[in-house]
Ligand binder design. Structure first.
Ligand SMILES: Nc1ncnc2c1ncn2[C@@H]1O[C@H](COP(=O)(O)OP(=O)(O)OP(=O)(O)O)[C@@H](O)[C@H]1O
Ligand SMILES: [Mg+2]
Length: 246
């Protein structure tokens, strides 16, 4: 069984007028460690909803989700919270750093819940992680003093500091210029593959999507695989055509 496996996942919400909105209808997806999967789709198609379900921040209204062979619907609240903290790293469009904390303190934050050796070595572990993302010289900088690309690198260090098996990135380059976005994605790809983690990237940016090994389009509540030609140019062309609704 794959590291994570979704089968027939649906998510419905009740709107204030009591009508029901079906955001996800039937999503199937299997992802293994070391894979990089990209999901593209128009605004409002449910990409963030899907990522929240994957990261155990939300629960589906139908379907099954197996994480490492375990049906997550069977996990109690504590086990679920533990898996969320240990197995997942999140990277967001707006970085979501703690504004009053230094870069080092931001990366330390997830380690306050770690146990054993990692907890006792937490400063060293966080420092090493910031060095890996090229910010060893900015440990004491506040987020507001860092550029957008640097802030996202701090967020990547924070996402990876507990060695998660799955990294969920929601529009990680959405607030960055093209070149900085490419640098940040290269870094994210590198650190994810070095650690053998699965990386699931949601993006509007087709050059970002093209870096992944598998591609899907979310639309009408279902996830459709996008078959890619070997050449990146072809990949981009087919994704562009799909995005345009062709
Ligand atoms: N809890 C909720 N209650 C009501 N509607 C919701 C809820 N969560 C999401 N939605 C709606 O579901 C749809 C999908 O939302 P979602 O945030 O997943 O889209 P998205 O694909 O991430 O969009 P974007 O690309 O703009 O970030 C939207 O129409 C949104 O308004
Ligand atoms: Mg979204």
């Amino acid at each position: 069984m794959a590291l994570l496996e979704l089968a027939g996942i649906a998510r419905t919400v009740r709107l204030p007028d009591l009508s029901e909105l079906q955001i996800l209808r039937s999503v199937d997806l299997a992802v293994d460690g070391g894979e990089h999967v990209a999901v593209v789709g128009r605004s409002g198609t449910g990409k963030t909803t899907l990522l929240n379900l994957l990261g155990l921040l939300d629960s589906p209204t139908a379907g099954t989700y197996h994480l490492d062979g375990v049906d997550v619907a069977r996990l109690g609240a504590r086990a679920r919270a533990r898996r969320r903290g240990e197995d997942f790293g999140f990277v967001f469009q707006q970085f979501n750093l703690l504004p009053g904390r230094t870069a080092l303190e931001n990366v330390l934050a997830p380690l306050l819940y770690a146990t054993g050796r990692t907890f006792w070595r937490r400063r060293a572990v966080a420092t090493e992680m910031l060095e890996r993302v090229g910010l060893g010289g900015r440990l004491e900088s506040m987020p507001a003093r860092l550029s957008g690309g640097e802030q996202q690198r701090v967020a990547i260090a924070r996402a990876l500091v507990r060695s998660p098996r799955i990294i969920l990135a929601d529009e990680p380059t959405g607030a960055l210029d093209v070149d900085t976005g490419a640098e940040v994605m290269t870094l994210l790809d590198d650190v994810a593959s070095q650690s053998g983690a699965a990386l699931i990237t949601i993006t509007h940016d087709l050059s970002v999507a093209a870096r992944a090994s598998r591609h899907y389009r979310l639309g009408d509540g279902v996830l459709t695989p996008v078959a890619l030609e070997p050449a990146r140019a072809d990949a981009l062309a087919s994704l562009t055509a799909l995005e345009a609704g062709a």
